[in-house]
Write a protein that binds this ligand. Sequence first.
Ligand SMILES: [Fe+2]
Length: 227
Amino acid sequence: MIDIHSHILPEVDDGSKNIEQSLEMLKEAERQGITDIILTPHYRHEYLTKKEHIEKNFAQLKTAAKEHDINISLYLGQEIFAFSDMVKSLSAGKLFSMNDTKYVLVEFAAKQEMDISETVYMLKANGFIPIVAHIDRYCYADVETAREIKEIGGLIQVNATPICGSIFHRGKTMSFIKEGLVDFIASDAHYSRSSDMLKAYKVVSKKFGEETARKLFTENAKVLLHK
Ligand SMILES: [Fe+2]
């Protein structure tokens, strides 16, 4: 599997607090069958981490992972909370796109309603391809919202964890998958939260077939890795 959304990079946000936690998370990912991970630290008002700091920690983590014989390829991205000057910052190279591609992982507020389509449209118009992070978490986003995003040319990611939850919690996420609106399923792993990629893969495979699971957990993400 390829995990396109994670907070494994140490000391940059509310994810891993140090390199030991990061290595623990990487070993768990490897155990679950993940071969490639895009590290996507938050970029939002509490975490306006400087690019140089992220790059330095990325280099350190890559070295440490190699020293610990962890067989996962690591890439750099960012989970950017939508803001008005986002396009300007991206175009000026102040933020990370996904592995230096035109794909950008964008996050929105969970409760306060935001016009997701407007942001998607603006990014598309400026040559980027937005991936809407965990649409399952926005209480105001439903299947129709997702359809509109796709029509404008945006892509959609959902988290693995709710897929493994109770029927009540999994309902909304499953409805996006059922309608064929999801492009990626990712862990959004934080050290404090469990990563359920393998468990979710099995659920999706059982309910929607192996081909759909492969697409959502692996194949679709290859474009981000230039594979
Ligand atoms: Fe995240």
